[in-house]
Design a protein. Structure first.
Length: 231
């Protein structure tokens, strides 16, 4: 998006009068996005990875992302009533083919590390721009100590345990029931390695899945998943 500064020209008799652009209203500087992130979510259990986009700005009508080599990779445009109404928060994730189809090395070539450019425009014509660093660095996969995959946990005050992951800035623990419905989603500090699932969330005889995510300082996350049956 380029805007050209123009000088007004007014004729008074035969003498031209140049009016500075500042007198007409100079271009306003670009606004940074309120949130602008690119992250990897790496599934160590299934063997796949997703490229995730997070963006937030007030009332944008256009949003683009450019790779470090300058190639545009995302172009969102509002239409119809949204052209004047605008959007704000945005989250999107790429497809996640298994590494047997798309090895992680190829994934990294498709989404190279470096500085990406987020650009946009608000409904009132203000430019949006942020530079976003994207890294390929991934932590070691969390190792879930309890429960064992396919094992059991008591339905009353079940305790999930995992080994600490070096370099993690936090952990996200997700417990999902039948049809992948999330019943617990908690983020803990890097010093925590256990979580007690409140008794009201588990029913005896029902199978559940647990994911433990470890976040790196760059925002990339890696997780391990096991299943268990409440007893």
């Amino acid at each position: 998006m380029r805007h050209h500064r123009l000088l007004g020209l007014v004729l008074l008799g035969s003498l031209p009068l140049l009016i500075p652009a500042t007198a007409q209203g100079a271009e306003e500087p670009s606004l940074p996005f309120d949130d602008a992130r690119l992250e990897i979510e790496y599934n160590a259990t299934d063997g796949d990875a997703g490229f995730q986009i997070f963006a937030d700005a007030e009332e944008w009508k256009q949003f683009e992302i450019f790779r470090p080599d300058g190639r545009r990779m995302v172009n969102f445009q509002t239409a119809g009533i949204l052209s004047d109404f605008g959007l704000s928060e945005l989250f999107s994730e790429s497809s996640e083919p298994p590494f047997t189809e798309l090895p992680f090395a190829e994934f990294k070539r498709l989404f190279p590390a470096g500085t990406y450019r987020f650009e946009g425009e608000t409904v009132d014509g203000r430019e949006l721009a942020s530079n976003v660093r994207f890294s390929h660095r991934i932590l070691s996969a969390p190792r879930i100590l309890q429960p064992q995959d396919g094992g059991t946990l008591p339905a009353r005050d079940a305790v999930v345990r995992w080994a600490p992951v070096r370099g993690a800035v936090d952990y996200e623990i997700i417990v999902a029931g039948p049809e992948e419905q999330r019943i617990v989603d908690v983020t803990t500090g890097p010093e925590d390695t256990t979580l007690t699932v409140p008794r009201e969330f588990l029913e005896p005889g029902v199978e559940y899945a647990i994911e433990v995510h470890a976040s790196a300082p760059n925002g990339n996350r890696i997780f391990t998943q096991v299943s268990f049956t409440a007893a």
